[in-house]
Design a protein around this ligand. Structure first.
Ligand code: FAD
Length: 500
């Protein structure tokens, strides 16, 4: 069907994500009886019940480090890692509560910014995860509170009112969460410590490296050297023995979702699982991960992005699964650990993580800045507006198909993301506009968007971040180039175009 006749736009009345499912395939359903992983993980956690907490996973944000005495409980302010088990921030908050023999509380400050990036797709996924968190907390005697508004406005008052003695939170290197953290720090009672635990990275971001890293090759050794220490099992979070006298208000999740001011034209999606990855797709990962027609990837990025699943858990299980199947897992660990943790490093040590004004660790990336400037006035073969891109109205069927994929399914294949972003550089008037449009489309439609991986993915494709210079050519300068012919050599492009 000609691209122009197909609708991929947010103008569609029905939520577009509903149209296709990425649920397990027939092959995945047949492979093994589902549910084995849950049982295996439960056993591992139980065996590791007494496992200690590595204090390098935390840092104090407040001046005070001592928990306030005589308090009514400890609070875990859940910011990025929306899960109960396999969560080092919650594990640490629980340890503090056990030491002081006080109740444990979890709170989420739900704030929906007025933005085209606040979509039903993202918030329904978040709320489904939170509903599970709330139910698990209830079963474990932990109070789950949902506060509606920015953390800086609500959390300090909540801590005072509930007479809580310490606040533990998790770690995100992105601008808004860092601002919320600063706000909370300023307004929190001075005798209540604010403790941040990196529950997202296996090697905590500040331990992996104290500085902005130049590329995967400069951080790889630093991370892998520390994996034996940090890539451990998790202790089971058991029922909390100290009951709270003040209990949390129950949440009506349906009502909550329908009351949120989100853009409902970008609809919900459905997704596959870690278990089916280990059973079926892992054996193909190494050889077929660059083929968008093959089911070879884990599909886990949305769960990791929203913290519903711990990357450390994924790494552990995939290593174990790989050993059982006799399958190499190093290429997967490279993506999941090295590449992913490099993106937190990039955003944490570089405030301009979404700008063409790339950072300046001594001399680094100067080549990219210069080459983009040198070629800023080159004639572009095609020029498309953001709207044309959003509607997949380009001359390139493969690009349009990739754009349709993300609009409908909420996730574009990893290989195509590179091609997709590089073409935006080629077809827009300036690198600044290309980056802004790529980030807008990525963060609005990718369910895993608004994440350091997305900022770095777009920066890598358009600004050469973490890459090297290549043969110079128009528009791109020395930024790595990708073209349609190259895709034809890699996979059955026509089959992919037919599918979307
Ligand atoms: C232009 C562009 C935009 C991107 N936008 C995002 C985004 O918004 N969110 C996002 O999570 N990823 C993004 N990526 C990285 C990558 O494409 C996705 O993480 C991957 O396709 C997700 O699919 P998967 O979970 O099946 O990955 P798998 O290949 O199965 O990998 C497993 C996990 O490793 C991590 N990972 C894989 N590839 C990378 C990578 N290149 N860099 C960092 N981590 C990686 C992810 O957490 C992923 O879930 C982007 C890449 C590019 C080039």
């Amino acid at each position: 069907m000609p691209a122009k006749r197909r609708q991929a736009t947010p103008a569609a009345k029905e939520p577009v994500g509903k149209q296709r499912k990425l649920a397990p395939t027939e092959e995945e359903k047949k492979t093994k009886a589902g549910g084995w992983l849950e049982e295996e993980v439960k056993q591992q956690r139980t065996q590791n019940k007494e496992m200690g907490f590595i204090t390098k996973r935390l840092r104090f944000i407040s001046d005070t480090e001592e928990m306030r005495q005589g308090s009514e409980g400890v609070l875990y302010w859940m910011l990025r890692d929306h899960r109960v088990q396999d969560n080092w921030a919650l594990i640490h908050a629980r340890r503090l509560a056990l030491e002081e023999k006080v109740p444990l509380h979890v709170c989420v400050c739900l704030h929906v910014p007025k933005s085209q990036l606040s979509t039903l797709r993202h918030y329904s996924f978040l709320l489904k995860g939170l509903e599970e968190v709330a139910a698990e907390c209830k079963a474990l005697g932990i109070q789950f509170h949902l506060l509606r508004g920015p953390a800086g406005d609500l959390l300090p008052g909540f801590v005072s009112e509930q007479q809580l003695g310490a606040v533990v939170t998790d770690f995100s290197p992105l601008r808004e969460p860092l601002t919320w953290l600063e706000d909370v720090k300023k307004k929190l009672p001075k005798d209540v410590p604010l403790i941040q635990v990196d529950a997202h990275n296996i090697v905590p971001c500040w331990v992996a490296s104290p500085k902005l890293e130049y590329a995967a090759r400069t951080i790889r050794g630093k991370i892998t050297k520390q994996l034996p220490e940090f890539l451990t099992d998790f202790p089971l979070v058991e029922k909390h023995p100290h009951a709270a006298t003040r209990t949390a208000k129950p949440v009506d999740w349906r009502e909550l979702l329908s009351s949120l001011g989100v853009d409902r034209t970008v609809g919900e999606t459905e997704w596959a699982m870690l278990e089916s990855f280990i059973d079926v797709r892992l054996k193909r990962f190494d050889s077929q991960r660059n083929d968008p027609n093959a089911a070879a990837l884990s599909q886990l990025s949305p769960w990791i992005r929203f913290g519903h699943v711990s990357a450390q858990r994924v790494a552990l299980q995939v290593q174990r699964g790989g050993r059982k199947l006799g399958v190499g897992v190093s290429s997967f660990i490279e993506e999941l650990v090295v590449r992913r943790e490099l993106t937190d490093n990039f955003c944490f040590y570089n405030e301009k993580y979404d700008s063409v004004e790339v950072p300046r660790p001594p001399g680094a990336y100067e080549w990219a800045r210069k080459t983009l400037k040198d070629h800023a006035k080159d004639k572009r073969p095609y020029i498309y507006t953001r709207e044309q891109l959003e509607k997949a109205e380009t001359h390139d069927k493969l690009w349009n198909a990739a754009q349709f994929q993300v609009v409908r399914e909420g996730k574009m294949h990893g290989f195509l993301r590179m091609y997709w972003a590089k073409k935006i550089l080629e077809w827009t008037p300036s690198p600044e506009e290309a980056l802004a449009s790529a980030l807008y489309l990525n963060d609005r439609y990718e369910l895993d968007g608004q994440d350091p991986n997305g900022f770095v993915g777009c920066m890598w494709s358009i600004c050469g971040i973490h890459d090297q210079g290549w043969a110079e050519r128009p528009v791109f300068g020395k930024i790595r180039y990708m073209n349609y012919k190259g895709c034809l050599r890699k996979f059955d492009v026509a089959a992919f175009e037919r599918k979307y």
